[in-house]
Design a protein around this ligand. Structure first.
Ligand SMILES: [Zn+2]
Length: 137
């Protein structure tokens, strides 16, 4: 059987890929590096204190700002370049993408497409408005 997330052959036992996929099974790597962090994120979505980095290598990372808010540098590091706000996928969360993803020929973000049916090139950060940027004083 093939992993529903990465497409690799599953050795021995598969895992439940929910909520990334409702069907099929996923491999241990995808379970550990995508399904588990995604569940953690969804479980605390109401708290709006963690961001989710969906990477082009098919992994998902929980990201927190060093201080109370993300600095522009931190955001740029997540998407490997200049940031742009993309199509929203969660209420009160911004979708932060690389402004030049296609131009820079960054890899297609297959996992993000699998989750939300939206096409982006490069890593995508789903960031609560709460911690996106320090408000102007
Ligand atoms: Zn996999």
């Amino acid at each position: 059987m093939k992993c529903i997330i990465c497409g690799n052959e599953i050795k021995k036992y598969g895992n439940n890929p929910y909520p990334i996929s409702k069907d099929g099974e996923c491999c241990n790597e995808c379970n550990l590096n995508a399904v588990v962090p995604y569940r953690i994120f969804l479980n605390s979505i109401e708290k709006k204190n963690i961001a989710l980095l969906i990477k082009t290598d098919g992994t998902i990372e929980i990201v927190k700002p060093k201080e109370k808010y993300f600095s522009l540098k931190e955001l740029q590091k997540c998407v490997d370049g200049y940031i742009e706000i993309g199509q929203q996928v969660f209420e009160e969360y911004l979708t932060v993408v690389n402004e030049e993803g296609l131009l820079l020929k960054l890899p297609f973000n297959n996992l993000f497409y699998q989750l939300y049916g939206i096409k982006f090139y490069g890593n995508v950060l789903i960031c609560p408005l709460n911690i996106f940027e320090k408000p102007e004083e």
